[in-house]
Ligand binder design. Structure first.
Ligand SMILES: NC(=O)c1ccc[n+]([C@@H]2O[C@H](COP(=O)([O-])OP(=O)(O)OC[C@H]3O[C@@H](n4cnc5c(N)ncnc54)[C@H](OP(=O)(O)O)[C@@H]3O)[C@@H](O)[C@H]2O)c1
Length: 322
């Protein structure tokens, strides 16, 4: 079969012939891969930089996808290290790391959107209080999204509103992309680095942080400095590291306020929590509840697509189209 094969951490995967996967153990299933997205985690694992990267090469690229199983059903799956990647005509999935999808979904849309969407969905539903049930209007939570102009951030704005946030402040670098976010539910927008950020976001309850690094610390300092009550809880959820993998957080932030810093990603939640939450997210995406952009390419174009400049749409490879 054909697959996107990584033979070097320094080069994009190549469209190559590889043996069909055969070692299907109990709790696993062989699937025909319909679509697999090129996410940051996909690039991170392929470059050996991600904490879940394989330490031996060659490996097949791709951490998640949509596939049709031997039972004819469509599933969204996530590949744990040790299983073959998703960017191949066929792969083996773990049945406790996948969910069934409605039969009429667009596989490319789901393959492109599930990874960026699950960041905020799981953070709000599983990591912070106030989003499991719709709260009365007066008690609805206020959310700040840092890095709101990317795929995950745009979805985070929409998902926070969908799950009942009363206010969503969108902060990002690109002023043009930021200007599109009020139409998606943002109640305010502000560029990262704008001194007004601290005042605008001073009373938020939750921060969904896709940037981390020094940018996050500057934003944190600005929010905490303008806060009315130091005992007012602030849940800061680290989701991505676009501005840096380390954030030099002064201890005084934690001692002098009711700030809680936590993360949400592979490893921070149990498989059971994810399996419980993801069907509702998949259904909302399939119904078109959230606006998101995906662009498809056949898997044979993997090396070219891997190096293409970012145009704001999530790239999805479609192995079945070869
Ligand atoms: N924890 C999870 O479950 C999870 C799930 C999905 C993604 N993530 C992580 O979330 C992050 C964003 O992913 P994505 O899918 O939204 O990526 P994306 O679509 O490529 O968007 C990247 C975003 O990062 C911003 N950015 C890039 N460099 C920056 C910098 N130096 N300072 C501030 N902002 C910067 C971009 O801003 P401009 O457009 O304004 O330039 C854009 O908003 C990644 O780190 C990814 O690994 C985590």
């Amino acid at each position: 079969m054909k697959a996107a094969l990584i033979t070097s951490y320094d080069a994009p995967p190549q469209y190559s012939d590889v043996p069909d996967p055969t070692a299907v153990q109990s709790g696993q299933m062989l699937v025909d891969v319909m679509a697999a997205g090129l996410h940051h985690i996909t690039r991170g694992r392929a470059s050996g930089q991600h904490y879940s990267s394989d330490d031996s090469l060659p490996v097949i690229a791709g951490v998640d996808g949509v596939g049709r199983g031997t039972d004819g059903r469509l599933r969204y799956f996530v590949q744990e290290p040790g299983l073959p990647g998703s960017m191949a005509q066929r792969t083996v999935i773990a049945l406790d790391r996948c969910i069934e999808l409605p039969h009429d979904v667009d596989p490319a849309l789901l393959a492109g959107a599930m990874n960026p969407a699950m960041a905020s969905w799981l953070a709000l539903r599983c990591r912070v209080p106030g989003f499991r049930w719709r709260l009365p209007f007066q008690r609805r939570k206020r959310v700040l999204v840092l890095g709101a102009t990317g795929s995950s951030g745009r979805l985070a704005v929409q998902i926070a509103r969908h799950l009942g946030a009363g206010e969503v402040i969108a902060a990002g670098r690109d002023a043009g992309r930021l200007a599109q976010l009020p139409a998606l539910g943002a109640t305010d927008t502000v560029t990262l680095g704008d001194p007004r950020l601290g005042v605008l976001a001073s009373e938020v309850d939750v921060v969904l942080d896709f940037v981390w690094g020094q940018s996050a610390v500057i934003a944190m300092e600005a929010v905490l400095r303008h806060r009315r009550g130091r005992d007012q809880p602030l849940d800061w959820v680290h989701l991505g590291s676009m501005s840096g993998e380390s954030a030099p957080l002064p201890g005084a932030f934690l001692r002098s306020t009711k700030l809680q810093v936590m993360g949400c990603g592979h490893g921070a939640l149990s498989g059971r929590q994810m399996l419980t939450e993801l069907p509702a997210l998949a259904e909302a995406l399939a119904r078109g509840t959230f606006q998101t952009q995906v662009r498809t390419l056949p898997l044979s174009e993997v090396a070219r697509g891997w190096q293409a400049p970012d145009d704001g749409a999530r790239l999805v490879f479609t192995p079945w189209r070869v």
